[in-house]
Design a protein around this ligand. Structure first.
Ligand code: BGC
Length: 427
């Protein structure tokens, strides 16, 4: 009964805030939003959100921290929260949401979630990640697929690559042809998170979804010590031979640009890369191609962007924050945002007719793989491991990529040690 009364009060205040926000003459609030969406496609996607907030009179305080994959942003966020001055919302994903909620830093969004029926609107696997102890503390905006291989259509024609590479043997043959045509075969940005992104697609392609889940998500000792993981590491290392000399340290979007401009053939990257092709005015099928990463057509590594809402003191700021949460889950926003971001709406039943062929394949495969049990969380993008453990694995994978002296055997041993070690909590 108490719960019910509390819930009614929360709903009433929420509705009041929405109505107030819509009304004339009422001072709207400011939302400060921490994010790392600074590339061409990312900025265009975010501009939709800024515009929609502005339409309701709310002002947007941009808290952008440059750095693909969001590691820099997470460091800055920690400093702000520890100083007692959190932003209204921050782009936080997966298990990291649980860690922030466990610290008591996040706002309970249940009143909004019940009012707007989020449980019905979201796939359960996503809704569960947005909740801490059964209560919503974050709002999801999309589903990115990570296991993609991007290609420049004209480069493939020039090189005589006529088919999508279905496995890594075929990929290496295609890459040889691109190289023989005098171009960079594999555009790769040598940053640890990009190395890790490529590595997880290799493990998925070599071992399949069950193996990926056992090795990278469950950190199962048998899988980590297996011959399949050995082959994955060898395949990953072989890719390095197809990368250009300027790869180390290069940002992911500058790397995609090599494919866009026809200087490189392929890039392994999640579908935020598609946002770059689209922002450059290119069309899928015609100018660029989206292939499942070799050997992964039947699987899907998901990466859901979401905003956790921090506890705020000022009423005006809370009001704007509530409206932001409401907006983020709306069909209209999810369509406009995802058309530019490269991802697909996470809210179910958003019409896909305005989306391109890559997004349509992604939406179909999300459903298909969920049924088949081959929908797996992206480890490189913070969907599976605790942040401390993810960081350790990212470093190990990246060290292996950068150091040809590091043996496959040793790397497997270190992975096993990592799996057996304690998890590192948030500082
Ligand atoms: C995020 C994307 C982002 C990409 C590059 C991923 O981890 O989920 O939204 O575009 O990193 O920064």
């Amino acid at each position: 009964m108490r719960h019910y009364t509390g819930f009614r009060r929360a709903c009433a205040s929420l509705l009041a805030s929405l109505l107030l926000a819509a009304g004339a003459g009422v001072r709207a609030g400011e939302v400060e939003v921490l994010h790392y969406w600074t590339s061409g496609g990312e900025a265009k996607s975010l501009a939709e959100l800024k515009g929609m907030m502005a339409q309701r009179g709310h002002s947007w305080k941009d808290f952008a921290v440059v750095g693909g994959g969001g590691q820099n942003a997470m460091d800055v966020l920690k400093a702000r929260v520890l100083a007692g001055n959190p932003p209204a919302a921050a782009n936080i994903k997966g298990p990291a949401i649980q860690e922030w909620a466990a610290l008591g830093a996040l706002t309970n969004l249940d009143a909004m979630a019940s009012f707007d029926r989020w449980d019905e609107a979201l796939p359960k696997v996503v809704a569960d990640q947005m909740k801490h102890k059964g209560r919503y503390v974050a709002v999801p905006v999309n589903v990115h697929r990570v296991n993609w291989l991007w290609a420049n259509a004209e480069v493939l024609r020039q090189a005589g690559v006529n088919e999508a590479p279905r496995n890594f043997d075929e990929f290496f043959k295609a890459a040889d042809k691109v190289r023989a045509a005098g171009l960079i075969a594999l555009a790769h940005g040598g940053q640890d998170w990009q190395d890790f992104t490529t590595f997880e697609s290799v493990v998925l392609g070599v071992g399949g979804a069950k193996f990926y889940d056992a090795a990278l998500v469950k950190l199962d000792a048998q899988a980590l010590g297996s011959d399949t993981l050995r082959r994955s590491l060898e395949t990953f290392r072989r890719l390095r031979g197809y990368v250009d000399a300027a790869s180390p340290g290069r940002d992911w979007n500058a790397t995609t640009d090599l494919v866009i401009k026809g200087r490189a053939g392929f890039q392994f990257m999640g579908d935020w890369a598609k946002g770059e092709f689209l922002a450059a005015g290119q069309q899928p099928g015609k100018d660029f191609r989206c292939f499942p990463a070799p050997g992964t057509a039947e699987a899907f590594t998901y990466n859901v962007d979401s905003f956790a809402m921090f506890q705020l003191k000022a009423w005006e700021a809370q009001k704007a924050q509530g409206y932001l949460a409401y907006l983020l889950m709306g069909k209209d926003f999810q369509e406009r945002f995802n058309l530019r971001k490269g991802s697909i709406p996470v809210r179910q039943n958003v019409a896909m007719d305005k989306f391109d062929e890559c997004a349509k394949v992604s939406a179909q495969d999300f459903g298909k793989t969920a049924k088949a049990g081959t929908l797996v969380p992206s480890v490189a993008h913070g969907m599976a491991l605790a942040p401390g453990q993810q960081a350790l694995m990212r470093k190990l994978v990246s060290d292996f990529w950068n150091n040809p002296q590091m043996s496959v055997n040793d790397t497997q041993k270190q992975l096993l040690a990592l799996a057996a070690g304690p998890q590192k909590p948030l500082p």
